[in-house]
Structure formats: structure tokens, C-alpha cells
Design a protein around this ligand. Structure first.
Ligand code: SAM
Ligand code: SF4
Length: 330
């Protein structure tokens, strides 16, 4: 008899391998495509947020079902003072592919080293511009220097770096190659994102992938992506055909990737969501906080959420996502 790794499949045969865990809804930035209500300071977990121990337990259950990649996100995950404990709790249950998405404003070298020591392997930093004034405007007043220091800290602490740039019409669209060069020079992989109609992003004009690729002299009608179907939603290309100049494009609207979606999401308050664009999900927190209920109840709730996974979003039909991105972590 052959042994098969456990696998969570949805009703359309999509295999789920990847969970994005939001650890807070709060953020100190106000990016125009996301825009949380108000700025926030570093904080302990709010009582309605899952604790490090609870997140570790959910990760153990998900890992038993075949989920082998975890990305921590938010809101701004570094606002959680116990982020390294959360990473450690997930590492302890045997999940080794651990990543973080952050604005990096609080990513000091000390913090980056703590996270790497806890088991974090990869960091994606939101990085929309190299222009100090534009950065201030887009972030809602934050200085750029700590973010630049955070980018340096990723490499210094031995983790892998990617950056996320949401491409904004009449803002940063002329800077994409400069941003890419800056990231390549630090050994990272830049990625460029079509703004999605979610939360404040629904009011913005999307710059389509074809225009993003044109900035790198690539015509997708003529060339195909160098790498597709990785663990995340990006297609990867090589600028000037050079292996040391890779970049990613995440084009939710014009190059829909829902058919290959391998992701589920866990909100900071413990709700499992099977789709970025749908508000449907199941609550794990009441199960986690009821000592009479065991892990099977968590498995059942995850499967119930999975049964609600739609075929995909309908951004290209003008139908926006039902939940702001900061509640789901992207
Ligand atoms: N605060 C962290 C950060 O900014 O990296 C993590 C959370 S943020 C919601 C996760 C990712 O979602 C970021 O890379 C951000 O650029 C992206 N994002 C947020 N709103 C978006 C939108 N409407 N369209 C496309 N990307 C969006
Ligand atoms: Fe904060 Fe990230 Fe949203 Fe920007 S994208 S406002 S950094 S949560």
C-alpha cells in the first residue's frame, strides 16, 4: 500500500496547501487601497484575537490535513508584540515553510533576528515607492527610513526577501523599474500587484498586468511567464532574460488565478475563510475556547468553510470583494 500525504480538497478538486493567518486587524499605515480606520501603536493581542497557543493548535490541525505553508499577515502583524511567539508556536507543530507579509515599519534587525530564530524563513515587504514624499502620502504620514532599514534587516537575518508594490495610476507607475532595481540589488524579488476592488481599493483605477509588464519591455502576447503555479498567486518573469532580475506580477483581475487557488485564510478573530472575495466562513474561536470540544470539531469547521469556497471572485465583472483586505491579510 502506498502512503499519500493528507490533503484537503474543495468541491472543485482544488488542493489546499497554504493558509494565510491574520494576527491583527490593526495597522499604523493608511495605504489608499486598504485604508484602515485609524493609526495604531504596538499592542498585545485583543481579547477577541486568537492567542499564540490557539494559533499553534489550529496550525497543528491544518498541518494534519496537509497544509504545509503558513503566512502571517494582518493588518500589520508586527504590531503584535508576541509575533515571534506565534511563529514559534506554529513551527513547534511541525510546519516549516513560514512566511510573513509586513509593511516593515517596525522591522528592526533585532526583531528580524527574533523572527528568524523562531522559524520564519521568508518576508514579503509592502513597498510602493522609492520617493520619500510619495511614501509619506501613501502610508498616511509614516517615514520611509525604518522601512528601508527593515528591507536590509531581512537579508542580514538570513531570510528571503520579496516586495509587494501595488501599482497605482498617476502615482508610482513610472517607478516600477527603479523599485525592481533597488530590490534586486538587495537579493530580493520584487512583485507588482494590480489593485483589487476590495475595501478602499474599489474606488481606485487598476493598472492592468499588460501595462505593468510593458514597463519591463515584456509583451505577454509574445512571451510566456518564466514560472507559474508556484505556492502563491504570482506569475514570475525575467527582466532582459536575466536570472538575477526576476519579478512577479499578481494580476487578480486580468489573469484570474482562482482555478489554481490553494489557499484558505484565518482571520485574527479565528474565522476560517475559504475565499478572499467572500465573507462566508466558519468560526473556530468558540470551539477553541470550549474545553468540551476537541480537534475533530475544528476539522469539521474547516471542512464546512471549504464547502463554501466559490469558483472564484468576479472582479473582472466589476463585483468587488465582500471584506476589506486588512481584515483578511491579502
Ligand atoms: N500590513 C501588511 C502589508 O501591508 O504588507 C500585511 C497586510 S496587507 C493587507 C497584505 C498585502 O495586501 C499588502 O502587500 C498590500 O499591498 C496588499 N493589498 C491591500 N489592499 C489591496 C488591494 N485593494 N489591492 C491589492 N493589494 C492590496
Ligand atoms: Fe496597513 Fe498593509 Fe493595509 Fe497598508 S496594506 S494599510 S500597511 S494593512
Amino acid at each position: 500500500m502506498r502512503w499519500h500525504a493528507p490533503s484537503l480538497e474543495d468541491l472543485r478538486g482544488r488542493s489546499l496547501r497554504y493558509v494565510r493567518i491574520s494576527v491583527t486587524e490593526r495597522c499604523q499605515f493608511r495605504c489608499p487601497y486598504c485604508r484602515p480606520e485609524s493609526g495604531e501603536e504596538p499592542c498585545d493581542a485583543a481579547p477577541d484575537y486568537l492567542t499564540a497557543k490557539e494559533i499553534g493548535r489550529v496550525a497543528r490541525v491544518l498541518s494534519g490535513l496537509g497544509i504545509n505553508t503558513v503566512r502571517f499577515t494582518g493588518g500589520e502583524p508586527l504590531l503584535r508584540r508576541d509575533l515571534a511567539q506565534i511563529v514559534g508556536a506554529v513551527r513547534e507543530v511541525g510546519v516549516t515553510d513560514l512566511a510573513l507579509t509586513t509593511n516593515a515599519a517596525l522591522l528592526t534587525l533585532k526583531r528580524a533576528k527574533e523572527l528568524a530564530d523562531a522559524g520564519l524563513k521568508r518576508i514579503n515587504i509592502s513597498f510602493d515607492t522609492l520617493d520619500e514624499n510619495r511614501f509619506k502620502r501613501l502610508s498616511g504620514g509614516a517615514p520611509m527610513a525604518p522601512v528601508l532599514a527593515g528591507i536590509e534587516a531581512v537579508g542580514e537575518s538570513g531570510m528571503r526577501l520579496k516586495t509587494n508594490t501595488v501599482v497605482l495610476r498617476d502615482e508610482n507607475e513610472s517607478e516600477l523599474l527603479d523599485v525592481a532595481r533597488f530590490v534586486w540589488a538587495r537579493g530580493g524579488v520584487p512583485r507588482f500587484i494590480e489593485v483589487m476592488p476590495m475595501g478602499a481599493g474599489a474606488d481606485l483605477t487598476m493598472v492592468p498586468a499588460v501595462e505593468i509588464l510593458a514597463k519591463f519591455d515584456i509583451d505577454p502576447e509574445v512571451q510566456t511567464a518564466n514560472l507559474t503555479g508556484g505556492i502563491g498567486p504570482a506569475d514570475y518573469w525575467l527582466h532582459e532574460g536575466r536570472r538575477d532580475q526576476p519579478f512577479g506580477v499578481i494580476a487578480a483581475t486580468t489573469r484570474n488565478f482562482c482555478a489554481a487557488c490553494n489557499r484558505i485564510r484565518l482571520t485574527a478573530t479565528g474565522e476560517v475563510r475559504a475565499c478572499l472575495a467572500s465573507a462566508k466562513g466558519t468560526e473556530l474561536r468558540p470551539i477553541l475556547r470550549n474545553s468540551a470540544l476537541g480537534d475533530q470539531a475544528l476539522v469539521d469547521a474547516v471542512c464546512e468553510a471549504l464547502a463554501m469556497k466559490p469558483e472564484g471572485h468576479r472582479f473582472s465583472d466589476g463585483i468587488p470583494g465582500e471584506t476589506p483586505m486588512r481584515l483578511l491579510g491579502g
